[in-house]
Design a protein around this ligand. Sequence first.
Ligand SMILES: NC(=O)c1ccc[n+]([C@@H]2O[C@H](COP(=O)([O-])OP(=O)(O)OC[C@H]3O[C@@H](n4cnc5c(N)ncnc54)[C@H](OP(=O)(O)O)[C@@H]3O)[C@@H](O)[C@H]2O)c1
Length: 360
Amino acid sequence: MLKRLLGFLRRLSGLRRISVAILGATGLVGQRFVKLLSSHPFFEIKVLTASERSAGKKYKEAAHWLLGGDPPEPASEMIVQETRVEALSDVELVFSSLPSEAALKVEPMLAEQGFKIVSTASAFRMDPLVPMIIPEVNPSHVSMIERQREEKHWKGFLVAKSNCTTMPLVISLKPLLDAFGLRRVVTVSLQALSGAGYPGVQSLDIVDNVIPFIKGEEEKLQAETVKILGEPFRPLNIPVLASVNRVPTLDGHLLHVFAELEKDFEPEEVKRVLREFKPLPQRMGLYSAPDPVIQVRDEEDRPQPRLDRDYKGGMGVVVGRVGKCNSLTVKYAVLSHNTVRGAAGGSILVAELLREMRLV
Ligand SMILES: NC(=O)c1ccc[n+]([C@@H]2O[C@H](COP(=O)([O-])OP(=O)(O)OC[C@H]3O[C@@H](n4cnc5c(N)ncnc54)[C@H](OP(=O)(O)O)[C@@H]3O)[C@@H](O)[C@H]2O)c1
């Protein structure tokens, strides 16, 4: 009887859509949030915020919409608010796509007031008490929330998702770590223009060019990878070396990866392990979880940003060029969509996991 009642209540709470706010809603990542959440079964957009420049305008007037067509209803007609606590009174969950400097001030203040925040900003990713969650890789890091609340005296909580370039790297490394063990990782990235936000990189700097530098990005890739692949509060103790480039593609970050494993391997074995990777969100059937999360291609010239970034609506990760450098080092290329999987879509998947765990 009790079991049936609990099942009924669970189904009932599953029907209720959770009220959400998007902070930084007019930016490139904010637009992806608006698009993905406008038709989401569990989350309902209640508030859109941005800077003073946009506050008071209709969303369709404030956002320089870059995703084709028009902004979806009803968001397009909503009035953009200033990013302040007072604007969020009816909201349970906050998706933050603020620039880091703004996030640094706003996010702890909101968490202290009791808001539950999933952030795409880098401001608190390396805070030892803030879990950086990729549901396919480290769902157990959700357990860090309890200590975060205790030690920071927050009524709400803050969860970060990783940098958009770290995302495909760790999703592809996780099955290799589990199956073969990892000793060292070297990676070189080719990152799309949308990774720099809007208006981003000046056209005269990037057309007919590659820029072999993105401020702070190599350090983020190195530190985030070991934090995510480790245990809660205990980063994985391996060296990760990264070199990054900005290239003139619009969306989709491509990385070349050289991973030294602990065991000898055959490339076909690595491909099989990647193809068979079925982590928790896919087993739970979370709404935004792509299944399979990793597509392995055999052609010698894939993945490519233009052809492969939309795999599984931009939520999947595409691997190719799997080969053997020496007895322990596997090389491959990996790609994912930076503003979908690497930002808004990745954050929504985190929120779906938190909902499933009854934390929102
Ligand atoms: N682009 C990516 O691929 C990517 C991937 C992962 C993570 N991220 C992170 O996600 C965040 C957003 O990136 P983005 O590419 O969307 O940047 P963006 O295009 O520059 O958008 C920034 C957004 O923040 C708002 N904003 C700016 N200053 C503000 C302030 N002081 N107070 C409140 N709102 C303010 C802007 O509003 P106005 O329109 O009114 O100026 C806009 O809505 C950044 O932290 C970035 O590092 C980006």
